[in-house]
Design a protein around this ligand. Structure first.
Ligand SMILES: Nc1ncnc2c1ncn2[C@@H]1O[C@H](COP(=O)(O)OP(=O)(O)O)[C@@H](O)[C@H]1O
Ligand SMILES: Nc1ccn([C@@H]2O[C@H](COP(=O)(O)OP(=O)(O)O)[C@@H](O)[C@H]2O)c(=O)n1
Length: 212
């Protein structure tokens, strides 16, 4: 095992910039990165493709079990509809249980890994060396998500996206298993007033302090 093994757990609400920071940190430290939201999005997508209900526990568990990290259609999974659907299947404890091993295996490499999601610091990697809880005001997050969706040619009405983001945060925070919340030992990073470079600089400082 590497002496410098480094697992970085990044959690936070919808569109807070978790993925952007996780990708940048992974590139900086030469670590693999897993966007765990894609697992829930892909599970929901598989159900919708089969015309099945999002609360069909047996089918949702089978869909989660059948996931392969290599065949994600990012563009489709990152749509607004899929974010909302993902948060419905993510509230099913059986689905979450099915996805734990895959995520822990991903984090178990000799050098470490960067994972981002909602429960990385609390459930998936409670021993991560560094935990960052990334947040920003709902309005800033909705603005950023609207720009992102518009950039991909998806319809992006700011008020609708703001309502989506708030509803999803509420569902993610209120669920009984692995709710969205900072781990006790996480450092909170509010990016409301930071651009991407500023947020990356602040995240890097948190990691460097945490691994010292
Ligand atoms: N600090 C920031 N300032 C402005 N835009 C940002 C910032 N961080 C992320 N973004 C943009 O906001 C959108 C959502 O970021 P993303 O990293 O995908 O969030 P999450 O993974 O939390 O959903 C992306 O288009 C991203 O480029
Ligand atoms: N570790 C995780 C990651 C995502 N999720 C769920 O999956 C949904 C989509 O996650 P995401 O990270 O792709 O969403 P964004 O923050 O990118 O909008 C979330 O709203 C959560 O319900 C989760 O429950 N646990």
């Amino acid at each position: 095992m590497f002496v410098s093994r480094l697992v970085i757990a990044i959690d936070g609400p919808a569109a807070s910039g978790k993925g952007t920071l996780a990708r940048r940190l992974a590139a900086h430290y030469g670590l693999p990165h897993l966007d765990t939201g894609l697992l829930y999005r892909a599970t929901a997508c598989a159900l919708l493709d089969e015309g099945l209900r999002l609360d069909d526990i047996e089918a949702a568990v089978a869909a989660a079990r059948g996931l392969s990290l290599t065949d994600f259609d990012d563009q489709r999974l990152r749509s607004r509809e899929m974010g909302e659907s993902a948060s419905i299947v993510a509230a099913l404890p059986e689905v979450r249980a099915e996805l734990v091993d895959l995520q822990r295996r991903f984090a178990a490499t000799d050098e470490g890994a960067v994972l981002d999601g909602r429960d990385i610091g609390t459930v998936i990697c409670p021993d991560a060396r560094v935990k960052i809880f990334v947040t920003a005001s709902a309005e800033k997050r909705a603005q950023r998500r609207a720009l992102e969706l518009a950039g991909r040619g998806e319809k992006a009405d700011y008020q609708n996206i703001l309502a989506d983001v708030k509803k999803r945060d509420e569902r993610d925070s209120a669920r009984s298993v692995a709710p969205l919340k900072p781990a006790d030992d996480a450092v909170t990073l509010d990016t409301s007033e930071l651009d991407i470079e500023g947020a990356f600089g602040a995240a890097l400082a948190i990691v460097e302090k945490g691994r010292a």
